[in-house]
Design a protein around this ligand. Structure first.
Ligand code: GTQ
Length: 358
């Protein structure tokens, strides 16, 4: 009996060696690492202070020219769980871009989708496919997959904004492309904000607005005044503690980009939203107000300009001490398109036990 078992042991060893030689692996030795019961994200909950980001971005502005690598002066959030990769989560990049007075960031395009959420400054515009989009605090600007874009600051003040990109997704799919525009900038149009003039009507669109070949919003800029009005109205209609909006393509009602969901959340003073967990990760940017979020049992206090990460399937609850408006990007459109999205609201008991799930 024992000889037979020793023999099997030896044969198994030999099998494993031969499998390895052939670049093959047995599934049964993996101990549920490959298909665990639920997501085990490597990314961890984390928060970066707005003050720190701004100070470091400003220092780079003094020291680094804009054409050093990638055409942009950008500082990338690097999640401590991701082994030094310049990614905020496994699927999303969250970057801080600094554009000094009288600087332009040259025109290029890439297959990653990108968004900008403006934190500070005005008088700067991003030209997207020939349409100059003026940027003011609280505005959301889209630079969809493969659209030409350059940034222009003709003022005496620097401008700082948050960039969200789907670079990790595009890399994982080996679908990344990048191209420089033939000249430094696109032709600078005299008429600005053409996408607003065409697609910015409230519930009103040109009769020929639909285009089945387009998978992103043709409205390139979403104004803070409109976002704020929508938040006010929804809160009045539904009451607190929290209301949440999604930015959508006005011609389809779909998310603004095929890979990046853009959201705005308002939490009323003293309001505390129920804990939820969702498949997919998010990067939050606090626009105004202050409060705290509990992410997998860990508390993060936040205020204007702070940015924080919620990994996939992490239990999260938000609480505001003063009226808080918090912008977020997510990978939800990807998960929904693939039938992988799910979410659940947790009661307190579930939330506490989920902290110990490992
Ligand atoms: O502004 O085009 O944060 O190309 C990273 C790469 C911003 C941009 C980033 C980019 C840009």
């Amino acid at each position: 009996m024992s000889t037979l078992q020793d023999n099997i042991g030896e044969q198994l060893e030999e099998l494993y060696l031969d499998l390895a030689k052939e670049h093959l692996q047995p599934l049964w030795t993996q101990e549920r690492d490959l298909i665990p019961w639920s997501p085990k994200p490597a990314a961890v909950p984390w928060l970066w202070r707005g003050k720190t980001l701004k100070a470091l971005a400003t220092r780079s502005g003094d020291l680094v020219t804009i054409d050093r690598g990638g055409d942009r002066r950008v500082i990338m959030l690097s999640n401590p769980g991701l082994g030094g990769k310049p990614f905020a989560t496994s699927t999303l990049q969250g970057n801080i871009q600094f554009l000094g007075p009288h600087e332009s960031a040259p025109a290029h395009r890439h297959s990653p989708d990108a968004i900008r959420f403006i934190l500070q400054g005005e008088g700067v515009w991003t030209t997207v496919e020939g349409d100059a989009c003026d940027m003011y605090p609280g505005d959301l600007v889209l630079t969809p997959n493969w659209t030409w874009h350059d940034h222009n600051n003709e003022t005496d003040e620097p401008m700082i904004w948050f960039d969200g990109l789907d670079v990790p997704i595009t890399l994982a799919l080996d679908a990344i492309f990048f191209e420089l525009y033939p000249s430094d900038l696109q032709p600078q149009p005299t008429v600005h904000n053409r996408s607003t003039r065409t697609f910015g009507g409230k519930g009103l669109l040109p009769l020929d607005a639909a285009d089945p070949t387009r998978n992103y919003s043709p409205l390139f800029i979403y104004r803070w005044a409109d976002t704020e009005a929508a938040l006010d109205a929804l809160l009045e209609e539904r009451g607190g503690p929290m209301v949440s909006l999604q930015f959508v393509d006005p011609t389809t009602g779909r998310p603004v980009l095929p890979t990046i969901g853009c959201e705005m959340h308002r939490v009323i003073p003293g309001g505390r939203a129920k804990p939820v967990r969702k498949v997919g990760s998010a990067v939050y940017v606090v626009y105004r107000g202050s409060g705290m979020s509990i992410i997998n049992g860990q508390r993060f206090d936040w205020g204007p300009g702070d940015t924080f990460v919620v990994p996939s399937w992490a239990a999260v609850e938000h609480e505001a001490s003063s009226a808080a408006d918090v912008f977020a990007i997510t990978d939800r459109p990807v998960l929904e398109a693939l039938g992988l999205y799910r979410e659940e609201t947790l009661d307190e008991a579930q939330e506490i036990s989920s902290r110990f799930e490992g």
